[in-house]
Design a protein around this ligand. Structure first.
Ligand SMILES: [Mg+2]
Length: 280
């Protein structure tokens, strides 16, 4: 069973700044600060982290637990109106090709498609609602699960395993996002990582984070399907051996995965333990 986890903002949709506006609104109501989100980088972090930073920008200190709860409530309350405003202004968009890919993936019995997002669950559902893509996602990991993106992904996999009633190996999980933080989180968890460049991520940072696959978007489905191991490579070259030379941007870079790094770490630990045994 293959588990494919999609990030939301910049990977599935672009909500035209609805999330930032809703958070600004909530912080303004509590602290008076008009544009708290301007003072830090929202993209790729979990809502939990963003809420704390936004509150801190307004109040000059971390929120108490009670204040975080109040802020969350105000945000979720405001978000539907902001999403609607984006739709109305034609600033709400689906990322190119993603719907077609999701339809194709949803038809397969050997694949489970889920969300791996920094958004709170409520926020995720509200943001995705106008896209009509929600029906493709049976489970997810959300920003309310953890501050740490890698733990959000692990939670999603845990839910997928429960849903499918099978054990899932780390090598069977594929994470798709638009920022280097998505890639880092996937590697931390030992999952495969792929990234779109046409989202909100900094292209330089995305490339440096070295995901296994980088593509502009999903308009050419083929590199994605090959990376996912669902289609054969037309060139007959096996994974892990080459950089696809077709175009400079939409290239497939089969690099080292987090799983490899983890293997090396375990190997080093074993080696050190063995050495200690010999030398005392
Ligand atoms: Mg994103």
């Amino acid at each position: 069973m293959k588990i494919i986890l999609f990030d939301i903002d910049g990977t599935l949709i672009k909500a035209g700044g609805a999330g930032a506006r809703a958070l600004n609104h909530a912080v303004r109501a509590m602290t008076g600060h008009p544009e708290a989100c301007k003072s830090f980088q929202l993209q790729g972090a979990t809502d939990k982290t963003n809420f704390e930073l936004a509150f801190k920008a307004g109040a000059g200190r971390k929120p108490t637990r009670k204040e975080t709860a109040a802020l969350t409530l105000k945000y979720v309350d405001r978000l539907p109106a902001e999403v609607r405003a984006s739709v109305k202004a034609k600033k709400y968009k689906k990322v190119k090709g993603v719907e077609k890919l999701l339809v194709k993936l949803s038809r397969r019995k050997d694949v489970l498609v889920g969300l791996g997002t920094g958004n709170l669950k409520d926020g995720a559902l509200i943001k995705l609602e106008p896209s009509g893509l929600l029906k493709h996602f049976a489970f997810g990991g959300y920003g309310c699960d953890s501050h740490h993106r890698s733990e959000v992904l692990e939670k999603a996999v845990e839910r997928a395993a429960k849903l499918a009633g099978v054990k899932i190996k780390r090598g069977e999980v594929f994470v798709i996002g638009d920022t280097h933080r998505d890639v880092q989180a996937a590697k931390e968890a030992g999952y495969h990582s792929g990234a779109v460049l046409d989202g909100f991520g900094d292209p330089g940072l995305v490339m440096r984070s070295n995901p296994e696959l980088i593509a502009k978007d999903f308009s050419d489905m083929r590199p994605w399907l090959i990376w996912l191991g669902l289609e054969k490579d037309p060139k007959g070259v096996s994974r892990g051996t080459y950089i696809c030379p077709d175009s400079p941007i939409e290239h497939a870079h089969y690099g080292r995965t987090g799983a490899d790094l983890r293997d090396i770490e375990t190997g080093m630990k074993r080696l050190r333990a063995a050495k200690k045994k010999i030398t005392g």
